[in-house]
Design a protein. Structure first.
Length: 147
């Protein structure tokens, strides 16, 4: 009986460790299938602007509905344990933010169905401003800037 409990405890710890890992490559595959963008919210513990985005912006019913409809939402607290897999690399969450050039928080990164970063916003956005951003990205209006 002791051995079974020990094995169960170890499996729980292992699964909790891997539960903190984020595989963006896998989410790109899902984004292709569902024709959605990936929204990565980078934030850090102790940041009041980050906390306000979580408590007000992302908790707004219209924002929640827009995200659910057109985005795959990825919440990355760069101080949390776990790894991020993306484009053949597997790094810590903090190193991921630094490697892609976003060590400022909060940052919202938008990736298309090919895993390309197509739009970003650094800093706090209230519900109304963020809804505008979600509309811009979901309609692919970011392409207008490239033409």
């Amino acid at each position: 009986m002791y051995i079974k409990r020990l094995i169960l405890m170890l499996l729980t710890v292992v699964s909790m460790t891997f539960a903190n890992d984020i595989n963006l490559d896998q989410l790109v595959v899902e984004a292709k299938k569902t024709n959605k963008h990936i929204l990565v919210f980078l934030h850090i513990t102790g940041c009041n602007y980050c906390l306000n985005m979580e408590e007000f912006t992302f908790d707004d019913e219209m924002v929640k509905a827009a995200i659910k409809k057109d985005f795959i939402f990825v919440d990355i607290n760069v101080r949390d344990e776990g790894l991020v897999s993306f484009d053949g690399f597997k790094v810590s969450k903090l190193k991921f933010a630094k490697e892609i050039g976003y060590p400022m928080y909060p940052s919202c990164l938008f990736f298309d169905q090919n895993g390309e970063l197509v739009y970003d916003e650094v800093g706090y956005r209230d519900e109304n401003k963020f809804l505008e951003t979600l509309q811009l990205v979901s309609s692919k209006a970011y392409n207008d800037d490239l033409e």
